[in-house]
Design a protein around this ligand. Structure first.
Ligand SMILES: NCCC[C@H](NC(=O)CCC(=O)O)C(=O)O
Ligand SMILES: NC(=O)OP(=O)(O)O
Length: 317
């Protein structure tokens, strides 16, 4: 694997899931693989899970991780080519990415979308500038439109919580939020569930919240949340802002929040969320604190996903 930006960078999703699960059984079996190798972790936005789980994963492989909060501690970056840099940006990504490529064997980066310019976000302008100039493999720590480490984790979490011969019914439901959030997590979840191919996949959201079909693919879209949730085995909860009315909040209806009552017609569904989650806005306390929530072990699995990805890149270098 030469980079990890999207499910399409992965030769086999089921195989990568198996590698991650094998690291969960035996975290230190490749503790020499990353010896004398360094991972750069560049953040333009906040993070708890991605940052810490990837650092632990690197450590398990014997690799050194160096974290750089470039938004706060670096020079302000210019991302556009050919500009006269007489404004607020001090350093061009051409130099910044190339220099970091000199220091690290793998460069990982978090860069959220601006949610103002759909084309700029959906061409993944920022992460692609890093890929173009870094000269080393690049791993996404969540980019403008995708969050592959989260989605790999989510597939692992569904697989380890499913023991039946039939496919699980996985329902991704939109939920309310106070802020306009990226579509990266839901796009990515849809892309990975489709690529995995081992679930019956339904997406439910208010009208106007349709995701880019490039990611939602052949998932069933059901606008009635109660209908969608009926007989669900897994409920994946996430807010996102509108893709169609780009970056805007077009629904605030609190009735979309996940409560115990919403789950009553499911198959005692397991409830998932990437975190951080706004309690009693997105998911009610009674659900997050109840037996159906698997959000904590889900977040725990972030380590194994990151370890599988780093190991595959190290092996192909
Ligand atoms: N990395 C996981 C999710 C990150 C981001 N959530 C947020 O920004 C939540 C912020 C808040 O609740 O204030 C998102 O939805 O893409
Ligand atoms: N789920 C997730 O990516 O969390 P952080 O934003 O805290 O890294």
């Amino acid at each position: 694997m030469k980079q990890f930006i999207s499910a399409s960078d992965v030769p086999s999703v089921p195989r990568l899931v198996d590698i991650a699960m094998s690291y969960k059984q035996d975290p230190f079996r490749d503790k020499e693989l990353g010896k004398n190798k360094t991972l750069g972790m560049i953040f333009l936005n906040p993070s708890l899970r991605t940052r810490l789980s990837t650092q632990v994963a690197a450590k398990n492989l014997g690799m050194e991780a160096v974290v750089f909060n470039i938004d706060k501690e670096g020079w302000q970056l210019e991302m556009n080519d050919g500009v006269v840099m007489n404004g607020t940006s001090s350093e061009h990504v051409k130099e910044a990415a190339a220099v970091m490529g000199q220091y690290f064997d793998i460069l990982s980066i978090r860069t959220f979308p601006g949610l103002k310019n759909k084309e700029e976000d959906y061409t993944e302008k920022y992460i692609n500038q890093f890929i173009k100039y870094a000269g080393v493999p690049v791993v996404s720590l969540e980019s403008a439109t995708l969050h592959p480490l989260q989605s790999l984790t989510d597939v692992i979490t569904i697989k380890e919580n499913w023991q039946h011969a039939r496919k699980p019914k996985v329902v991704m439901t939109w939920a309310p939020h106070v802020k306009a959030l990226p579509q990266a997590v839901p796009n990515s979840f849809a892309q990975w569930i489709n690529a995995w191919g081992e679930a019956d996949f339904v997406i439910t959201h208010p009208e106007g919240y349709e995701l880019d079909e490039k990611f939602s693919g052949n998932a069933t879209i059901e606008y009635n949340q109660d209908k969608a949730l009926a007989e669900a085995d897994f409920v994946y909860v996430k807010n996102w802002s509108s893709y169609r009315d780009y970056g805007n909040i077009t629904c605030t209806d609190p009735a979309w929040m996940i409560t115990n009552d919403k789950l009553k017609n499911t198959h005692t569904a397991k409830v998932m969320h990437c975190l951080p989650v706004r309690r009693n806005v997105v998911i009610a306390d009674e659900v997050l604190d109840g037996p159906q929530s698997i959000v904590i072990p889900e977040a725990g699995n972030r380590v194994w996903a990151a370890q599988a990805v780093l190991s595959e890149i190290l092996k192909s270098k």
